[in-house]
Write a protein that binds this ligand. Structure first.
Ligand code: IMP
Length: 196
């Protein structure tokens, strides 16, 4: 069975292939298909955005399509940047600047007010029009300093108390095991197994 993952991000594809490797599917990215669609991710929730992407590509290709949408919710900032995580302070602003801005926003926050989470919603659009979604979440706190060089985006300020480090200080395998994306993907894998 051929399944398309609606992303051109090779880093994400590597993570996705590793998690889905034990099911019998041919997984293709938009890059593999030579597609570069301009999709307006104008949903209000992670699920809505994942559905917009999965449905658009399913209608374009006539194949089963998976798509994800993810971001960080900072409780002290009323759950911002949320679905705007990639666009927060402008797409071209460096994460060093974005991360320092968030740390500064929380300078008067008490310890218990520093909570945050990474959220990932994955949608699967089947060719008969059925759409299912699954959500994965990892709870943590906003660190007091930028720390670690692995990962990407907000990883250097996302502190996971159980592991005493940020997700940017974890190895890719360690992060996959506990991350929002890893959790959502493992749930989607169960759905696909039933479908197969
Ligand atoms: P998208 O799901 O590819 O649109 O990504 C949304 C944005 O959320 C990314 O550009 C990052 O800013 C942020 N984000 C999502 N997942 C992670 C993660 O695992 N680590 C750090 N930042 C993340």
């Amino acid at each position: 069975m051929r399944i398309i993952f609606a992303t051109s991000n090779e880093g994400k594809m590597k993570e996705i292939r590793a998690i889905l490797k034990d099911i019998d599917i041919e997984l293709l990215s938009l890059k593999d298909l030579g597609l570069n669609p301009d999709i307006d991710e104008n949903g209000n929730t992670f699920e809505e955005n994942a559905i917009i992407k999965a449905k658009t590509i399913m209608e374009l290709t006539g194949e089963i399509v998976l798509a994800d949408d993810s971001g960080i919710e900072v409780d002290y900032m009323n759950k911002a940047p949320g679905v705007y995580s990639a666009r927060f302070m402008g797409e071209d602003t460096s994460y060093t600047i974005k991360n320092q801005f968030i740390i500064d926003q929380l300078k008067s926050a008490k310890e218990e007010e520093r909570t945050a989470r990474f959220v990932c919603a994955i949608a699967c659009a089947f060719t008969d029009g059925e759409i299912i979604t699954r959500r994965g979440v990892i709870e943590g706190q906003i660190a007091r300093n930028i720390c670690g060089s692995h990962g990407f985006g907000y990883d250097p300020i996302f502190y996971v108390p159980e592991y005493h480090c940020t997700t940017a200080e974890m190895s890719p395998d360690q992060k996959n095991e506990i991350s929002h994306r890893g959790k959502a993907l493992r749930e989607i894998k169960e759905v696909l197994k039933k479908h197969l």
